[in-house]
Design a protein around this ligand. Structure first.
Ligand SMILES: [Zn+2]
Length: 249
């Protein structure tokens, strides 16, 4: 379950969203080309811009909109062992609950997760039972992905004194304020823990835009490849005040 916060035309609306509704929001957002970012806690932030007609003729006003999905049970830090257990469950269509020595365990075709760990995964809302099969919860999947893509930017060096061996050491000799002979480097590196992003921004804002673009690309690819569109039932208003209302207005 998620706490859903919608920033729309007339203000802020809050409600709760179940997994099905959250999935529907994510697939709709991806289809419409809205920006989506996942959080390490297993949530998501959907943002987009609406272009509305302004008061004066021909003017267009940009209006920022967003929906945030915040898990009621955050994923928390994932140890290597937990990641491996989750990978086992995610990769086996036969994952199910079994009983061993009177205690519940998660089992697949050729493997088994000990009762104590099983209890922890259940308590953390990482697994969902559906028609006698076990799968990862949406929260677990989003949290896993976000934690695999931890991005960072480096602090620019700022003013620095070139070393004596620097052939350009005489640059900036006339700078005031005690900075004579110093150079400024505003550049910032943008990297991701997945190893796929290694870029350089002219300043830190640019580096942050690079990391944001990377996280959004990862989220969009995940939604398109792994989340099936959930049809909106015609006669079932959602608990946030109407699905159609979520992403319009
Ligand atoms: Zn990454």
């Amino acid at each position: 379950m998620y706490r859903e916060t919608i920033h729309h035309a007339t203000g802020v609306a809050e409600g709760t969203a179940n997994e099905r509704h959250a999935t529907r929001l994510l697939t709709t957002a991806a289809r419409r080309g809205h920006a989506v970012e996942f959080t390490p806690a297993g949530g998501a932030l959907i943002t987009w811009t609406r272009h509305l007609f302004g008061r004066s003729e021909g003017s267009v006003v940009r209006a920022e909109r967003s929906i945030s999905l915040e898990p009621l049970m955050p994923v928390g830090a994932l140890s290597t062992t937990t990641r491996m257990d989750l990978a086992l469950i995610a990769g086996d269509r036969h994952a199910h609950y079994a009983e061993k020595g009177g205690r519940r365990v998660v089992a697949g075709l050729t493997w088994e997760i000990p009762a104590f760990t099983t209890a922890k995964l259940r308590a953390r809302g990482m697994v969902v039972e559906e028609e006698d099969r076990l799968r990862l919860s949406l929260t677990a999947r989003l949290g896993l992905l976000a934690q695999q893509h931890r991005t960072r930017t480096t602090a620019p060096e700022g003013w620095y004194r070139p070393s004596a061996a620097d052939p350009y050491g005489s640059a900036g000799l006339n700078r005031p304020g005690g900075r004579a002979g110093m150079l400024r480097d505003g550049g910032s590196a943008a990297t991701c823990s997945c190893g796929a992003l290694s870029a350089w921004g002219g300043d830190r804002d640019e580096a942050r835009r690079l990391t944001l673009a990377h996280r959004r690309a990862v989220a969009a690819a995940f939604i398109t490849e792994h989340l099936a569109p959930v049809p909106t039932p015609a006669a079932a208003p959602c608990n946030c005040g109407g699905c159609a209302a979520c992403m319009t207005g």
